[in-house]
Design a protein. Structure first.
Length: 252
């Protein structure tokens, strides 16, 4: 029997968009925000999505009967097909939420405002090989993940997460509109909720030296929630008492 290709050419070459949503007993968390971002990503790829109601119906059908306390809901669309799946969250992801992560900074190779006009860094596309390669590089260096830097030394984001840091009473993240990075749904929700625990949400630029001096650093993503940096570029960081409080604030 001849071998069968189990993915389409569009999927094979990364010509598609996706979202990963945290599935809770109450349902998919921040689903509207994720579908909004899916639509923005599709627009950047000139990709026509199915009607939103159709996607929502596929989601409802897929999560019916899911009874675990949490899970990973993935919505993927190419020019040919829509896929919706549910699976357990990887143990490594849960460990990062619980135990923290070791970060390395690395130059991503471009200056602010100098990305090529066809760049898809603001889209959540299937072209993720470079992102995964960055994380593998960090692991070969004895770390867990990367903070990408512009050539001027500004911290931007991680390969699969947004950057969050605490400086005094300010809980901050990097502005996506100024940098062309992917807007973070979890980061946006955290900053919106920050005033309820006495913190001030901000979007601003930060150099790697300023980041190293922050009171706390986290990577934020749908499945991690928040993963606290326990070291940055080999320098140990004391765990922050804010980590469990902010995870609770987000419902993790």
């Amino acid at each position: 029997m001849a071998d069968r290709v189990l993915v389409s050419a569009d999927e094979l070459f990364g010509d598609g968009v996706f979202e990963t949503v945290h599935l809770r007993p109450s349902g998919p968390w921040l689903l509207d925000a994720h579908l909004d971002r899916l639509a923005r990503s599709a627009e950047l790829l000139d990709l026509e999505l199915p009607p939103r109601a159709e996607i929502e119906e596929r989601v409802r059908a897929e999560i019916a009967g899911w009874e675990a306390p949490e899970g990973a809901l993935r919505i993927l669309h190419t020019r040919e097909s829509l896929h919706v799946t549910v699976s357990p969250i990887a143990p490594a992801t849960l460990a990062e939420r619980r135990d923290g992560i070791r970060l390395l900074s690395a130059d991503v190779g471009y200056a602010l405002g100098r990305r090529p006009p066809w760049s898809l860094t603001a889209a959540k596309s299937l072209s993720y090989a470079g992102n995964f390669a960055a994380r593998r590089w960090a692991r070969r260096q004895g770390a867990d993940d990367v903070v990408w830097l512009s050539t001027e030394g500004y911290a931007l984001e991680a390969p699969t997460a947004s950057l969050i840091w605490l400086a005094g009473s300010a809980l901050a993240t990097v502005p996506a509109d100024m940098t062309g990075i992917l807007p973070g749904t979890t980061a946006a929700e955290l900053l919106a909720r920050a005033p309820s625990v006495g913190l001030r949400g901000e979007e601003r630029m930060v150099t790697i030296d300023e980041l190293a001096g922050a009171d706390a650093i986290w990577l934020a993503s749908a499945l991690r929630g928040l993963a606290e940096a326990v070291s940055l570029d080999g320098v140990h960081r004391t765990r922050s008492p804010w980590t469990p409080q902010l995870l609770t604030l987000l419902g993790y």
